[in-house]
Design a protein around this ligand. Structure first.
Ligand code: NI
Length: 388
Protein backbone atom coordinates (compact mmCIF):
# COMPACT_ATOMS: atom_id res chain seq x y z
CA UNK A 1 0.00 0.00 0.00
CA UNK A 2 1.32 3.46 -0.89
CA UNK A 3 0.06 6.12 1.47
CA UNK A 4 1.44 9.65 1.55
CA UNK A 5 3.53 10.10 4.75
CA UNK A 6 1.59 13.25 5.67
CA UNK A 7 -1.64 11.23 5.65
CA UNK A 8 -0.05 8.46 7.73
CA UNK A 9 1.18 11.10 10.17
CA UNK A 10 -2.25 12.67 10.73
CA UNK A 11 -4.19 9.38 10.95
CA UNK A 12 -4.12 9.06 14.73
CA UNK A 13 -5.45 12.61 15.11
CA UNK A 14 -8.22 11.83 12.59
CA UNK A 15 -9.07 8.77 14.71
CA UNK A 16 -9.49 11.13 17.69
CA UNK A 17 -11.95 13.25 15.69
CA UNK A 18 -13.76 10.05 14.71
CA UNK A 19 -14.09 8.95 18.32
CA UNK A 20 -15.40 12.38 19.30
CA UNK A 21 -18.11 12.10 16.62
CA UNK A 22 -18.83 8.58 17.82
CA UNK A 23 -19.33 9.78 21.39
CA UNK A 24 -21.72 12.50 20.20
CA UNK A 25 -24.13 10.93 17.69
CA UNK A 26 -26.90 13.06 16.16
CA UNK A 27 -29.86 12.02 14.01
CA UNK A 28 -31.12 13.05 10.57
CA UNK A 29 -31.03 16.83 10.01
CA UNK A 30 -30.27 17.54 13.68
CA UNK A 31 -26.51 17.19 13.23
CA UNK A 32 -25.91 20.65 14.71
CA UNK A 33 -22.86 19.84 16.80
CA UNK A 34 -21.28 17.63 14.14
CA UNK A 35 -21.78 20.26 11.42
CA UNK A 36 -20.33 22.94 13.71
CA UNK A 37 -17.22 20.85 14.44
CA UNK A 38 -16.85 20.09 10.73
CA UNK A 39 -17.20 23.75 9.69
CA UNK A 40 -14.79 24.96 12.39
CA UNK A 41 -12.15 22.47 11.33
CA UNK A 42 -12.57 23.26 7.62
CA UNK A 43 -12.04 26.97 8.40
CA UNK A 44 -9.01 26.18 10.54
CA UNK A 45 -7.52 24.13 7.69
CA UNK A 46 -7.63 27.26 5.49
CA UNK A 47 -10.19 26.09 2.95
CA UNK A 48 -10.95 28.85 0.42
CA UNK A 49 -14.65 28.85 1.24
CA UNK A 50 -16.78 27.14 3.91
CA UNK A 51 -20.56 27.33 3.59
CA UNK A 52 -22.95 26.01 6.24
CA UNK A 53 -26.70 25.48 6.23
CA UNK A 54 -26.99 23.87 2.80
CA UNK A 55 -29.79 21.30 2.92
CA UNK A 56 -30.53 22.65 6.43
CA UNK A 57 -27.39 21.38 8.20
CA UNK A 58 -25.08 20.37 5.35
CA UNK A 59 -21.59 21.86 5.05
CA UNK A 60 -19.59 22.47 1.86
CA UNK A 61 -15.97 23.57 1.57
CA UNK A 62 -14.03 24.66 -1.50
CA UNK A 63 -10.29 24.01 -1.91
CA UNK A 64 -8.45 25.33 -4.94
CA UNK A 65 -5.30 23.61 -6.18
CA UNK A 66 -2.03 25.48 -6.64
CA UNK A 67 -1.52 24.29 -10.21
CA UNK A 68 -2.67 26.39 -13.17
CA UNK A 69 -6.48 26.31 -12.95
CA UNK A 70 -7.74 23.45 -15.09
CA UNK A 71 -11.39 24.47 -14.82
CA UNK A 72 -12.11 21.04 -13.43
CA UNK A 73 -14.26 20.68 -10.29
CA UNK A 74 -14.64 17.43 -8.36
CA UNK A 75 -17.02 16.80 -5.46
CA UNK A 76 -16.26 14.39 -2.57
CA UNK A 77 -19.10 13.56 -0.22
CA UNK A 78 -19.46 12.14 3.32
CA UNK A 79 -22.53 11.65 5.53
CA UNK A 80 -22.68 12.91 9.13
CA UNK A 81 -25.78 11.37 10.78
CA UNK A 82 -26.16 8.47 13.22
CA UNK A 83 -28.97 5.96 13.91
CA UNK A 84 -31.69 5.58 16.58
CA UNK A 85 -29.98 2.52 18.10
CA UNK A 86 -28.91 1.87 21.68
CA UNK A 87 -25.18 1.12 21.52
CA UNK A 88 -24.16 -2.28 22.93
CA UNK A 89 -20.40 -1.88 23.27
CA UNK A 90 -18.00 -1.11 26.08
CA UNK A 91 -15.81 1.15 24.00
CA UNK A 92 -14.23 4.02 25.94
CA UNK A 93 -15.74 6.40 23.34
CA UNK A 94 -19.15 4.73 23.25
CA UNK A 95 -22.21 6.90 22.57
CA UNK A 96 -22.94 9.34 25.38
CA UNK A 97 -26.58 9.57 24.27
CA UNK A 98 -28.82 6.59 24.98
CA UNK A 99 -30.85 5.59 21.92
CA UNK A 100 -28.46 7.18 19.43
CA UNK A 101 -25.42 5.56 17.89
CA UNK A 102 -23.01 5.80 14.98
CA UNK A 103 -23.81 2.25 13.83
CA UNK A 104 -23.18 2.88 10.13
CA UNK A 105 -19.70 4.39 10.36
CA UNK A 106 -20.69 7.90 9.31
CA UNK A 107 -18.43 9.07 12.17
CA UNK A 108 -15.55 7.51 10.24
CA UNK A 109 -16.76 8.88 6.89
CA UNK A 110 -16.94 12.42 8.30
CA UNK A 111 -13.52 12.18 9.98
CA UNK A 112 -11.83 10.75 6.85
CA UNK A 113 -13.21 13.46 4.57
CA UNK A 114 -12.10 16.08 7.09
CA UNK A 115 -8.65 14.50 7.02
CA UNK A 116 -8.62 14.66 3.23
CA UNK A 117 -9.70 18.32 3.33
CA UNK A 118 -6.86 19.13 5.69
CA UNK A 119 -4.31 17.32 3.53
CA UNK A 120 -5.59 18.92 0.32
CA UNK A 121 -5.70 22.42 1.86
CA UNK A 122 -2.12 22.00 3.12
CA UNK A 123 -0.57 20.49 0.02
CA UNK A 124 -2.77 21.82 -2.83
CA UNK A 125 -0.87 19.52 -5.13
CA UNK A 126 -3.49 19.67 -7.87
CA UNK A 127 -5.00 22.04 -10.41
CA UNK A 128 -8.76 22.65 -10.48
CA UNK A 129 -11.08 22.72 -7.48
CA UNK A 130 -12.09 20.17 -4.84
CA UNK A 131 -15.57 20.60 -3.37
CA UNK A 132 -15.89 18.85 -0.01
CA UNK A 133 -19.49 17.91 0.84
CA UNK A 134 -20.83 16.88 4.27
CA UNK A 135 -24.47 15.90 4.19
CA UNK A 136 -27.02 15.40 6.98
CA UNK A 137 -29.85 12.87 7.05
CA UNK A 138 -28.52 10.00 4.94
CA UNK A 139 -30.41 7.50 7.11
CA UNK A 140 -33.87 8.11 5.70
CA UNK A 141 -34.25 11.89 5.67
CA UNK A 142 -32.95 12.61 2.18
CA UNK A 143 -30.31 15.18 3.20
CA UNK A 144 -28.48 14.62 -0.09
CA UNK A 145 -31.69 15.32 -1.99
CA UNK A 146 -32.13 18.59 -0.03
CA UNK A 147 -28.60 19.75 -0.82
CA UNK A 148 -29.10 18.99 -4.51
CA UNK A 149 -32.51 20.75 -4.51
CA UNK A 150 -30.89 23.89 -3.11
CA UNK A 151 -28.66 24.01 -6.18
CA UNK A 152 -25.41 22.83 -4.60
CA UNK A 153 -24.08 21.32 -7.84
CA UNK A 154 -24.60 24.55 -9.82
CA UNK A 155 -23.50 26.87 -7.02
CA UNK A 156 -20.12 25.17 -6.64
CA UNK A 157 -19.78 24.13 -10.29
CA UNK A 158 -19.41 20.44 -9.38
CA UNK A 159 -18.76 18.37 -12.52
CA UNK A 160 -18.24 14.90 -11.04
CA UNK A 161 -19.08 13.55 -7.61
CA UNK A 162 -17.73 10.65 -5.56
CA UNK A 163 -19.02 8.80 -2.50
CA UNK A 164 -17.62 6.08 -0.24
CA UNK A 165 -19.04 3.75 2.40
CA UNK A 166 -17.24 1.39 4.75
CA UNK A 167 -18.11 -2.28 4.41
CA UNK A 168 -17.86 -4.84 7.23
CA UNK A 169 -16.58 -8.21 6.04
CA UNK A 170 -14.35 -6.62 3.41
CA UNK A 171 -10.71 -6.56 4.62
CA UNK A 172 -9.18 -3.21 5.55
CA UNK A 173 -7.11 -2.07 2.58
CA UNK A 174 -9.53 -3.33 -0.02
CA UNK A 175 -12.31 -1.78 -2.08
CA UNK A 176 -15.37 -3.05 -3.94
CA UNK A 177 -17.32 -1.28 -6.66
CA UNK A 178 -19.25 -1.93 -9.86
CA UNK A 179 -20.43 0.15 -12.79
CA UNK A 180 -24.20 0.51 -13.11
CA UNK A 181 -26.63 -0.23 -10.29
CA UNK A 182 -24.74 -0.49 -6.99
CA UNK A 183 -27.61 -0.12 -4.52
CA UNK A 184 -31.38 -0.30 -4.84
CA UNK A 185 -34.19 2.20 -5.09
CA UNK A 186 -36.26 2.00 -1.90
CA UNK A 187 -39.96 2.85 -2.07
CA UNK A 188 -42.66 2.25 0.48
CA UNK A 189 -46.38 1.64 0.48
CA UNK A 190 -49.34 1.74 2.83
CA UNK A 191 -52.47 -0.09 1.70
CA UNK A 192 -55.78 0.42 3.51
CA UNK A 193 -58.68 -1.90 2.71
CA UNK A 194 -62.15 -1.03 3.80
CA UNK A 195 -64.74 -3.79 3.95
CA UNK A 196 -67.78 -4.13 6.16
CA UNK A 197 -67.25 -5.37 9.68
CA UNK A 198 -69.57 -7.67 11.53
CA UNK A 199 -70.03 -10.88 13.51
CA UNK A 200 -67.43 -13.52 12.76
CA UNK A 201 -70.16 -16.17 12.83
CA UNK A 202 -72.04 -14.39 10.01
CA UNK A 203 -69.34 -13.75 7.36
CA UNK A 204 -72.01 -13.65 4.64
CA UNK A 205 -73.24 -10.36 6.16
CA UNK A 206 -69.78 -8.81 6.04
CA UNK A 207 -67.09 -7.88 3.55
CA UNK A 208 -63.98 -9.33 5.13
CA UNK A 209 -60.86 -7.17 4.59
CA UNK A 210 -58.66 -9.82 6.28
CA UNK A 211 -59.31 -12.43 3.62
CA UNK A 212 -58.85 -9.80 0.93
CA UNK A 213 -55.49 -8.83 2.53
CA UNK A 214 -54.32 -12.43 2.45
CA UNK A 215 -55.06 -12.63 -1.28
CA UNK A 216 -53.25 -9.35 -1.89
CA UNK A 217 -50.15 -10.33 0.11
CA UNK A 218 -49.81 -13.57 -1.86
CA UNK A 219 -50.48 -11.90 -5.21
CA UNK A 220 -47.88 -9.18 -4.57
CA UNK A 221 -45.24 -11.92 -4.68
CA UNK A 222 -46.03 -12.42 -8.38
CA UNK A 223 -44.38 -9.06 -9.09
CA UNK A 224 -41.02 -10.74 -8.45
CA UNK A 225 -41.90 -14.12 -9.91
CA UNK A 226 -44.02 -13.14 -12.95
CA UNK A 227 -43.46 -9.45 -13.83
CA UNK A 228 -39.72 -9.05 -13.27
CA UNK A 229 -37.22 -10.04 -15.94
CA UNK A 230 -35.42 -13.05 -14.40
CA UNK A 231 -32.12 -11.23 -14.93
CA UNK A 232 -33.31 -8.05 -13.20
CA UNK A 233 -34.22 -7.78 -9.49
CA UNK A 234 -37.10 -6.70 -7.30
CA UNK A 235 -38.05 -7.22 -3.66
CA UNK A 236 -41.60 -6.66 -2.48
CA UNK A 237 -41.89 -7.16 1.29
CA UNK A 238 -45.09 -6.68 3.24
CA UNK A 239 -43.66 -5.89 6.66
CA UNK A 240 -46.68 -4.94 8.75
CA UNK A 241 -50.28 -6.15 8.73
CA UNK A 242 -52.87 -4.65 11.02
CA UNK A 243 -56.50 -5.70 11.27
CA UNK A 244 -58.96 -6.41 14.04
CA UNK A 245 -58.64 -7.11 17.76
CA UNK A 246 -61.16 -9.76 18.75
CA UNK A 247 -61.72 -13.49 18.20
CA UNK A 248 -65.28 -13.06 17.03
CA UNK A 249 -65.34 -9.83 15.04
CA UNK A 250 -64.64 -9.35 11.36
CA UNK A 251 -63.00 -5.92 11.27
CA UNK A 252 -64.03 -2.99 9.13
CA UNK A 253 -60.55 -2.25 7.84
CA UNK A 254 -57.16 -3.84 7.29
CA UNK A 255 -53.80 -2.15 6.73
CA UNK A 256 -50.64 -3.46 5.10
CA UNK A 257 -47.34 -1.70 4.75
CA UNK A 258 -44.01 -2.59 3.27
CA UNK A 259 -41.11 -1.80 0.99
CA UNK A 260 -40.28 -2.24 -2.70
CA UNK A 261 -36.62 -2.44 -3.76
CA UNK A 262 -35.48 -2.31 -7.38
CA UNK A 263 -32.22 -1.94 -9.30
CA UNK A 264 -33.47 -0.24 -12.47
CA UNK A 265 -35.77 2.65 -13.35
CA UNK A 266 -37.81 0.36 -15.59
CA UNK A 267 -38.42 -2.23 -12.90
CA UNK A 268 -39.20 0.51 -10.41
CA UNK A 269 -42.03 1.75 -12.64
CA UNK A 270 -43.28 -1.77 -13.34
CA UNK A 271 -43.34 -2.67 -9.64
CA UNK A 272 -45.40 0.38 -8.68
CA UNK A 273 -47.80 -0.11 -11.58
CA UNK A 274 -48.28 -3.82 -10.78
CA UNK A 275 -48.73 -3.20 -7.05
CA UNK A 276 -51.47 -0.67 -7.76
CA UNK A 277 -53.19 -2.99 -10.27
CA UNK A 278 -53.05 -6.04 -7.98
CA UNK A 279 -54.36 -4.19 -4.93
CA UNK A 280 -57.11 -2.37 -6.81
CA UNK A 281 -58.18 -5.47 -8.77
CA UNK A 282 -58.27 -7.90 -5.87
CA UNK A 283 -59.95 -5.40 -3.56
CA UNK A 284 -62.64 -4.80 -6.18
CA UNK A 285 -63.13 -8.53 -6.73
CA UNK A 286 -63.56 -9.02 -2.98
CA UNK A 287 -65.87 -6.03 -2.62
CA UNK A 288 -63.47 -3.89 -0.60
CA UNK A 289 -62.44 -0.30 -1.13
CA UNK A 290 -58.68 0.15 -1.43
CA UNK A 291 -56.52 3.16 -0.74
CA UNK A 292 -52.86 3.07 -1.72
CA UNK A 293 -50.18 5.48 -0.53
CA UNK A 294 -47.06 4.79 -2.55
CA UNK A 295 -44.03 6.87 -1.70
CA UNK A 296 -40.87 6.88 -3.77
CA UNK A 297 -37.77 7.05 -1.59
CA UNK A 298 -34.12 6.97 -2.59
CA UNK A 299 -33.52 6.16 -6.28
CA UNK A 300 -31.13 3.51 -7.62
CA UNK A 301 -27.49 4.30 -6.78
CA UNK A 302 -26.20 4.21 -10.32
CA UNK A 303 -22.43 4.29 -10.89
CA UNK A 304 -21.34 5.91 -14.15
CA UNK A 305 -18.95 3.78 -16.20
CA UNK A 306 -16.18 6.33 -16.87
CA UNK A 307 -16.04 7.64 -13.29
CA UNK A 308 -16.15 4.08 -11.90
CA UNK A 309 -13.18 3.13 -14.11
CA UNK A 310 -11.39 6.17 -12.77
CA UNK A 311 -12.25 5.40 -9.13
CA UNK A 312 -11.04 1.83 -9.67
CA UNK A 313 -7.75 3.13 -11.08
CA UNK A 314 -7.19 5.40 -8.06
CA UNK A 315 -8.10 2.66 -5.57
CA UNK A 316 -5.86 0.15 -7.40
CA UNK A 317 -2.86 2.46 -7.38
CA UNK A 318 -3.35 2.76 -3.61
CA UNK A 319 -3.96 -0.85 -2.53
CA UNK A 320 -3.10 -2.91 -5.64
CA UNK A 321 -5.52 -4.13 -8.30
CA UNK A 322 -5.88 -7.49 -6.54
CA UNK A 323 -7.55 -5.69 -3.62
CA UNK A 324 -10.17 -3.89 -5.69
CA UNK A 325 -13.22 -5.97 -6.60
CA UNK A 326 -14.70 -4.30 -9.67
CA UNK A 327 -17.80 -6.46 -9.97
CA UNK A 328 -19.22 -6.65 -6.45
CA UNK A 329 -22.87 -7.73 -6.58
CA UNK A 330 -25.32 -4.86 -6.02
CA UNK A 331 -27.11 -4.76 -2.66
CA UNK A 332 -30.82 -4.15 -2.09
CA UNK A 333 -30.04 -1.54 0.57
CA UNK A 334 -30.37 2.08 -0.51
CA UNK A 335 -28.29 5.24 -0.37
CA UNK A 336 -29.08 8.95 -0.41
CA UNK A 337 -25.96 9.64 -2.51
CA UNK A 338 -28.03 8.41 -5.48
CA UNK A 339 -29.62 11.89 -5.71
CA UNK A 340 -26.17 13.38 -6.33
CA UNK A 341 -25.42 10.67 -8.92
CA UNK A 342 -28.65 11.60 -10.72
CA UNK A 343 -27.36 15.19 -11.03
CA UNK A 344 -23.74 14.55 -11.94
CA UNK A 345 -21.68 11.59 -13.16
CA UNK A 346 -19.72 9.88 -10.45
CA UNK A 347 -19.11 6.71 -8.50
CA UNK A 348 -19.83 5.23 -5.08
CA UNK A 349 -17.35 2.74 -3.66
CA UNK A 350 -17.24 0.35 -0.69
CA UNK A 351 -14.10 0.36 1.47
CA UNK A 352 -13.16 -2.55 3.76
CA UNK A 353 -13.98 -2.21 7.47
CA UNK A 354 -12.53 -5.61 8.34
CA UNK A 355 -14.12 -8.16 10.58
CA UNK A 356 -16.57 -5.88 12.44
CA UNK A 357 -20.22 -6.30 13.38
CA UNK A 358 -22.54 -5.47 10.49
CA UNK A 359 -23.85 -2.03 9.57
CA UNK A 360 -26.77 -0.89 11.78
CA UNK A 361 -25.85 -3.50 14.43
CA UNK A 362 -25.66 -2.26 18.06
CA UNK A 363 -22.12 -3.70 18.39
CA UNK A 364 -20.81 -2.12 15.17
CA UNK A 365 -17.75 0.12 15.27
CA UNK A 366 -15.93 1.91 12.48
CA UNK A 367 -12.39 0.55 12.05
CA UNK A 368 -9.79 3.26 12.64
CA UNK A 369 -7.20 1.21 10.72
CA UNK A 370 -9.16 2.08 7.57
CA UNK A 371 -8.65 5.83 8.08
CA UNK A 372 -5.38 6.27 6.13
CA UNK A 373 -6.82 4.19 3.26
CA UNK A 374 -9.96 6.29 3.00
CA UNK A 375 -8.15 9.61 3.30
CA UNK A 376 -5.59 8.55 0.68
CA UNK A 377 -8.40 7.47 -1.67
CA UNK A 378 -10.06 10.91 -1.44
CA UNK A 379 -6.75 12.69 -1.95
CA UNK A 380 -5.86 10.34 -4.81
CA UNK A 381 -9.10 11.11 -6.65
CA UNK A 382 -8.36 14.84 -6.59
CA UNK A 383 -4.64 14.63 -7.38
CA UNK A 384 -5.14 12.07 -10.18
CA UNK A 385 -8.16 13.72 -11.82
CA UNK A 386 -6.60 17.19 -11.69
CA UNK A 387 -2.77 16.79 -11.70
CA UNK A 388 -0.86 19.98 -10.83
NI1 NI B 1 -24.43 4.35 6.06
Amino acid sequence: MTIHPRIEAMSSEIAEWRRDFHRNPELLFDVFRTAQVVADKLKAFGCDEVVTGIGRTGVVAVIKGKGAPSGKVIGLRADMDALPIDEQTNLPYRSATPGKMHACGHDGHTAMLLGAARYLAETRNFSGTAVIIFQPAEEGGGGGREMVKEGMMERFGVQEVYGMHNMPGLPVGSFAVRPGAMMAAADRFLITLEGRGGHAAKPNDTIDPVVASAQIISALQTIASRNCDPLDSVVVSVTAVKAGEAFNVIPQTAEMKGTVRTLSKEMRDIAEERLRAIVTGIAAAMGCKAEIEYERGYPVTFNHAGQTDFATRVASSLVGAANVDTSVPPTMGSEDFSFMLEERPGSYIFMGNGDSAGLHHPAYDFNDKAIPVGVAYWAGLVETAMPA
